[in-house]
Ligand binder design. Structure first.
Ligand SMILES: Cc1ncc(COP(=O)(O)O)c(C=O)c1O
Length: 482
């Protein structure tokens, strides 16, 4: 902490310059993490945020404005998802909070209603990792269901896994890795038949699928129109184009939502009741989300969905036309993934070439693939992206040795290290060092541990990526074992 404060303009200039190495999302070079439209929209939601940046949604009886904002948003969402007048819910700080809350709710509902002491939930293997976090935090065993040939969860497998300890079944609309919508109608039927709640994770899809449908795209049913669906999570800070820190979780009826709530009557600080995970709840994020919805309205969101779909369709067709790339499954938007059908063209090496050309792209595993989360801004860059992709494939085809070097080799090795527990242990150890006292560089791709402890065999002060360190350790481990 500086001894003396600085002038506000200097501080803001410092903050602006800190962003130098961040992903370049303003020009559409980034295909994950950010949902950015343009500076004018960003300025607008910042103004809405600023009006409420000190306001606290913790106590709904205190900040009546925030309670009204929350009720408005929840009733709009309930209507958007075709709920009847009984659908209710809360605002949360993001998709992960919404997913965690569903796990807690159904664990407690299963215990209260069916006396379940060893709760399990059935998750497609493509469920967002937030569900595994929830499983770990709340002691609910994840039971994984495999996928069918279209990368949707295999509902026959789900049916076989339902047991007396099943507190919840999950489907995604769509799932994050490949952008595929699970067969929610069949999951709903299974849930109804067995008396098990069904949650739909529409964190990424919730604020675009309804508008895609209104724009004329045919989609499988996924919302409250499906009778067995008991709750839905949907993020405002993704395709709602709100500021970061806003999501929703809604339930078909209040009886379920009650199991999400926490009340403690004997605290010296007063009788305490809270509807969601957080204590203090960020008024700014909720106000910015409300402002975004008022600004776009249904017509505005339909227009944004159309723009997104135009870019998505162009990308999907364009990628499929670049041999040997193939789009995984048949995603309906707004995200997709693609792999290489030719082992001689390493998809991670293609990813490296794309990075060299200035694109920020996520890597997937099981199967190895690259990822693209499409937003309206990509309408201005998809043609350039496809040109670069074709050129990257050509470079890798003529230089197959690229698969043996750089992050291609590292990613491939990580994806295929058989001892997954060892990968987990090493990632934890290295990740923790990012938060150790004195660790300054928070770039996972280039962990600088000059001041931190060097772990077995890594040269102190070396600049290695996190993944490279893991691979090195794995290689040493194998060597020791002969
Ligand atoms: C399907 C799905 N669920 C949950 C999440 C978690 O959302 P958040 O990153 O806002 O916590 C995501 C994020 O992309 C997602 O795609």
């Amino acid at each position: 902490m500086p001894l003396k404060g600085s002038c506000e303009e200097d501080i803001l200039a410092d903050l602006a310059s800190l962003r130098g190495k961040d992903p370049d999302y303003r020009r559409g070079r980034t295909w994950s993490l950010v949902y950015y439209l343009d500076d004018a929209h960003e300025r607008f939601i910042n103004r809405a945020y600023a009006l409420y940046s000190s306001a606290n949604g913790l106590n709904p009886a205190a900040f009546r404005s925030l309670k009204k904002i929350e009720s408005d948003i929840i009733s709009m969402v309930a209507e958007l998802f075709h709920g009847d007048g009984q659908v209710c819910g809360v605002l949360t700080s993001g998709g992960t909070e919404s997913c965690l809350l569903a796990v807690k709710t159904y664990r407690d509902y299963g215990r209260a209603r069916r006396g379940i002491r060893k709760p399990e939930m059935i998750l497609p293997v493509t469920a967002h990792v937030a569900w595994l976090k929830g499983a770990e935090y709340f002691g609910v065993k994840p039971v994984f269901a495999p996928l069918d040939e279209y990368f949707r969860v295999d509902t026959q497998a789900v049916a076989k896994k339902i047991g007396r300890n099943t507190v919840m079944i999950l489907g995604s609309a769509p799932e994050y890795p490949h952008g595929i919508i699970d067969p929610i109608a069949e999951l709903g039927r299974l849930g109804k038949d067995h008396g098990v709640p069904v949650h739909v994770d529409a964190c990424v899809g919730g604020f675009i699928l309804p508008f895609m449908e209104k724009a004329g795209r045919r989609l499988p049913p996924w919302d409250y129109r499906v009778p067995g669906v008991t709750s839905i999570s949907a993020d405002l800070h993704k395709y709602g184009f709100a500021a970061k820190g806003a999501s929703t979780i809604t339930y078909r009826r209040l009886e379920l939502l009650k199991h999400q709530m926490f009340v403690h009557q004997d605290w010296p600080g007063g009788v305490f009741a809270s509807a969601a995970l957080l204590g203090t709840r960020p008024g700014g994020a909720y106000a910015a989300a409300w402002a975004a919805i008022q600004k776009f309205g249904e017509q505005g969101y339909v227009r944004l969905a159309q723009e997104t779909l135009a870019a998505f369709d162009a990308l999907k067709t364009g990628i499929a036309a670049i041999a040997p790339l193939e789009v995984i499954g048949d995603p309906c938007g707004p995200l997709l993934s693609y792999r290489s059908a030719d082992p001689a063209v390493n998809i991670f090496a293609v990813g490296d070439q794309m990075e060299k050309r200035g694109w920020h792209i996520d890597r997937l595993q099981m199967p190895d693939a690259l990822h693209a989360m499409v937003t309206p801004i990509h309408g201005t860059v998809w043609a350039e992206y496809l040109d670069d992709l074709a050129a990257s494939v050509e470079t890798v085809r003529t230089h197959p040795e690229l698969a043996e070097s750089g992050s291609a080799a590292t990613y491939a090795m990580i994806a295929h290290v058989p001892m997954r527990r060892m990968v987990k242990k090493q990632v934890l150890e290295l990740f923790a060092q990012l938060y150790a006292p004195g660790a300054t560089d928070i770039d996972l791709g280039d962990v600088h541990l000059a001041d931190g402890p060097a772990a077995d065999g890594d040269e102190p002060g070396s600049r290695l990526s996190l993944l490279e360190r893991i691979v090195r350790r794995y290689v040493r481990f194998k060597a020791r074992r002969g």
